[in-house]
Design a protein around this ligand. Sequence first.
Ligand SMILES: Cc1cc2nc3c(=O)[nH]c(=O)nc-3n(C[C@H](O)[C@H](O)[C@H](O)COP(=O)(O)OP(=O)(O)OC[C@H]3O[C@@H](n4cnc5c(N)ncnc54)[C@H](O)[C@@H]3O)c2cc1C
Length: 486
Amino acid sequence: MAASDRTTLVRDTGQGTPLWAPARSRDDASSPAVPHQEVAGRQSADVVIVGAGLTGLATAQRLVDASPGRDIVVVDAGVPGAGASGRGTGLLGPRVGPAIERLRLRFGDSTAVRMHQASVEAVRRVIGLVERLGIDCELRPGEQFVVARSVRAAATLRARGQAYRELGLDVSERSAAEIRQLVDVPNQGGLAYPTAATLNPSAVVWGLAQSLAASGVRRYDNSPVVMLDQEGGLPVLRFPAGSVRTRTVVFAVNGYSDRLRLGVGAVLPIEVHALATAALPESTRRTLGWNHGAAVLDAEPLAPYFRLTGDGRLVLGGGDAIYPVGLSSSQLLARRTKVWDWLERRLHNLHPDLIDVPVEHRWAGRIGLTLDGLPVVGRVAGRQDVWFVGGCCGHGLAMSVFNAQAVADAVLGGSLPQLPWFRERAPWLPPGPPIRLLLRRYVAALNRRARQETERAERRNAEGRPRAHQGRNPADRAARSRPEVL
Ligand SMILES: Cc1cc2nc3c(=O)[nH]c(=O)nc-3n(C[C@H](O)[C@H](O)[C@H](O)COP(=O)(O)OP(=O)(O)OC[C@H]3O[C@@H](n4cnc5c(N)ncnc54)[C@H](O)[C@@H]3O)c2cc1C
């Protein structure tokens, strides 16, 4: 890893501040604001976990629970939650990889069923973990709705609903009116996933970090691994100011794994975005009918999705994804600002009562995307003592914990589940500028499609809105000035 990369990883201030950035109390030694020391000199440990996101911390927690005496070290290039885990939007829900109808085609019915069931189990495990450790993370159970905003998306979701029905899985179709009764937002019907919740993802990270500290797990912050080496047949991790020799390494670096060249296939770094409003006035919450932990996602990937926090803020995610490799910090910041501005307009167009709601937080974070949409969890290059867990493709709040627990069990001598993402490598891409260009174009095409679909749905919705409300939103003006082309 080049020195400049390290600086970007640790201090990318242009990524904005998440709503849940830890409180900055320097008096409290357990406060997230006080980083632990860096790795210095020659150290050793039984197990080293690289990456203090949900995956790394949940791996350590499982090891501690199952094998209390082990000497475990967790290292991070920044602080816990510096990656995606501290910057998520907190929608805890099932689903892994591509849509169920594609999983059926690719893996057959029985594997598709087991994959979905594993993702439901993943949600339950997160809930079980935070309850057992007593982590106060504003956990609010509530269905996840995936809604259609266009006729085409409605047809896709109907077919998907049928696939779930045929497979006997607990996902039900809901009409537009049924969804509007729970959350009054424009939609053309959708699917309801019952095992789901919303929570504060950063609080989960810090709850785990504190639990591990109490169990004697050593943590080093601001300690980027620069190289995986070997000494006397054992893995050695090299850091800028020291090294750690160990028996087992678990890499949980997700969207940052390309820098380490581990040979686990392509886990592409992709930036995604979010924003949070001020607390909505009580009257607006009443109008929206929202007082629970339900979350609404769009059937169109990258289109805006949203949820309400316990204190009544709307958290909205989505918008253009950015492939950051090769972009300077100022280019990145300019692109992020455009995405945030676009998302803010979508928020204001969502409902007439939201038009004046101020946005108080804007942030971005880096996820790890594989080319087939499935995580990659397994041994690194066939080695017995080095593991990799990552590539949840932006849906890792539940799956990170499931995958982490599976690897911890395997480290302790168990076997990995027989599921398609437990594998040594994800599909691979040759490195180099031509591929980078192709990727950039591919991501741009996805972004364009999501933007067009969202704006088109907004115009259609504005046309159908009662006259008293028309003209208040920017989308209404666009609807009047532009003919709809479906
Ligand atoms: C804006 C946004 C919204 C999201 N919303 C949701 C959501 O609503 N629901 C959902 O399910 N998922 C969501 N996600 C995805 C979810 O947050 C991730 O899938 C999950 O947090 C991944 O956890 P992780 O521990 O694998 O990775 P990360 O949290 O990224 O952790 C990786 C860690 O590795 C460290 N690291 C990297 N390189 C090195 C190195 N060389 N040496 C040492 N340490 C290193 C990093 O500093 C980082 O702390 C969202 C993500 C973002 C960014």
